[in-house]
Design a protein around this ligand. Structure first.
Ligand code: 6PG
Length: 487
């Protein structure tokens, strides 16, 4: 790739503050957000008709229609800023390959998709070698967030941040507590997309935990969708207050126009995934981070997708005889409250895992991540936004090098208070044969992390027995080997 020595169309007036490539819904809404905040946006889409329809549908807006990449580049003020909003993977490389030769040193390309962080590392190095700047920018909040204020997680070329910061602070969500914009430069190379990946891993964990709470209330207590809507609305007014709990309550209220049944009951129980949760689990193994709740969430999505096999297995494998909702009616209010507490404690455990993974990755990849800043920009705009993120932000502000959120006195104390309810709920689910892998994994993580002594001594003995891998002793420094077999 080489850069243009001269502007492609030096004669064309460059009026746009930024260019955007990729006018699917997220791209369109980001354009409208930028424009509403006073920026002129040049827009390009591979299928030109999509771009033309978008511009025609938004008359009177400060938009520049660009039918070609050349026209796009020519219409942006120098140094140029271009945000790519296309599908992760090869399409991003294709757009970059098309753009880079048209740009000049000092210009900036940003990738706002859910790109794999290692791809972002590579692209940053490649583009910086050409004298261009590159930011891998995680953007969370779905369609509404893109339009009204997403949480934005940029990483990459540090030098450009000061220049574009006002623009991205303008379009980002603002935390309700202090009005701070939910965007901050996070670190070099793939740091932004790494943080977005962990955001999505936590999102998977949160969603699975909520799904398990729903399953317990449904299977153990037989709650109807209308009753579940009430429970989740009530939960949203307390410590669980969050976007995901709020939309869950709304989901339970929705009636299917075709059947008159709650729509949620008509949805096939087969969850899809685009890969970000899987990447979190995969990289957790690389950086040595235990994230059992997120792993359980990824695994459960895979199991859910094996619908046909599960239906056959359900016909052949015995289920627990305790599957009886009516039997527990007398415990109703107490059990609903115990599930709420178990959900909150599990959530703290899951966030502790995700944040500890960020801490380890920051060291491993030299990202210099500021965990307080990360928690703070997740307080609004993104899918995992929750009141509870204020407590996490406080925990890291108090102690920036906190090894684990469970060691924060306020959060650790909150878990300790809910421990009896947490254990009761997991015991009940196990006893009734209700699968709760994320609740169980969250609790097992807590129990393992808080165990001064784990049974790994036996594992070391076994390793030394069959492979002479040696072991350490509790009473003496060094590596030891024994002949373990019978003499
Ligand atoms: C967000 C979401 C968003 C997208 C996920 C869904 O932060 O706005 O995370 O990026 O909805 O990629 O991921 P799955 O398709 O893997 O569930």
């Amino acid at each position: 790739m080489t850069l243009a020595t001269q502007s492609v169309a030096a004669t064309q007036t460059a009026t746009a503050d930024i260019g955007l490539v990729g006018l699917a819904v997220m791209g369109q809404n980001l354009v409208l957000n930028l424009e509403r905040n006073g920026f002129t946006v040049a827009v390009y889409n591979r299928t030109t008709a999509t771009m033309e329809e978008f511009v025609a549908a938004n008359p009177g807006r400060q938009l520049v229609a660009a039918p070609t990449l050349e026209a796009l580049v020519a219409s942006i003020k120098r140094p140029r800023k271009i945000l790519i909003m296309v599908k992760a993977g090869a399409p991003v490389d294709a757009v970059i390959a098309g753009l880079a030769p048209l740009l000049e040193p000092g210009d900036l390309i940003m990738d706002g998709g859910n790109s794999y962080f290692a791809d972002t590392e590579r692209r940053t190095l490649e583009l910086e070698a050409l004298g261009l700047h590159f930011l891998g920018m995680g953007i969370s909040g779905g369609e509404e967030g893109a339009l009204w204020g997403p949480s934005i997680m940029p990483g990459g070329s540090a030098a450009v941040w000061a220049d574009i910061r006002p623009m991205f602070e303008a379009i980002a969500a603002k935390a309700p507590e202090d009005g701070k914009p939910c965007v901050v430069y996070l670190g070099p190379r793939g740091a932004g997309h790494y943080v977005k990946m962990i955001h999505n891993g936590i999102e998977y964990g949160d969603m699975q935990l909520i799904a398990e709470a729903y399953d317990i209330l449904r299977r153990a207590l037989g709650l109807s969708a209308a009753e579940l809507a009430e429970v989740f609305t009530d939960w949203n007014n307390g410590e669980l207050n969050s976007f995901l709990i709020e939309i869950t309550a709304q989901i339970f209220r929705k009636v299917d126009a075709k059947t008159g049944q709650p729509l949620v009951d008509m949805v096939l129980d087969r969850a899809a995934q685009k890969g970000t949760g899987k990447w979190t689990s995969q990289d957790a193994m690389n950086v040595g981070a235990p994230i059992p709740t997120i792993n359980a969430a990824v695994t459960e999505r895979i199991l859910s997708s094996m619908k046909a096999e599960r239906v056959v297995a359900a016909q052949h494998l015995p289920t627990s005889p305790l599957h009886d909702g009516a039997a527990r009616q007398e415990d109703r209010a107490a059990l609903i409250d115990a599930v709420r507490q178990a959900l909150y404690a599990s959530k703290i455990s899951a966030y502790a895992q995700g944040m500890a993974m960020l801490h380890l990755a920051s060291i491993g990849y030299d990202y210099t991540l500021d965990l307080a800043a990360i928690a703070s920009i997740w307080r609004a705009g993104c899918i995992i936004r929750a009141q509870f993120l204020n407590r996490i932000t406080e925990a890291y502000n108090l102690k920036p090098d906190l090894a684990n959120l469970l060691l924060d006195p306020a959060l650790g104390g909150a878990v300790a208070e809910r421990l009896p309810a947490w254990r009761r709920v997991v015991q009940l689910a196990v006893g009734m044969g209700i699968p709760t892998p994320a609740f169980s994994a969250s609790l097992a993580y807590y129990d393992s992390y808080s165990s001064a002594r784990l049974p790994a001594n036996l594992i070391q003995a076994q390793r030394d027995f069959f492979g002479a891998h040696t072991y350490e002793r509790v009473d003496e420094v060094g590596n030891f080997h024994s002949e373990w077999g019978e003499e």
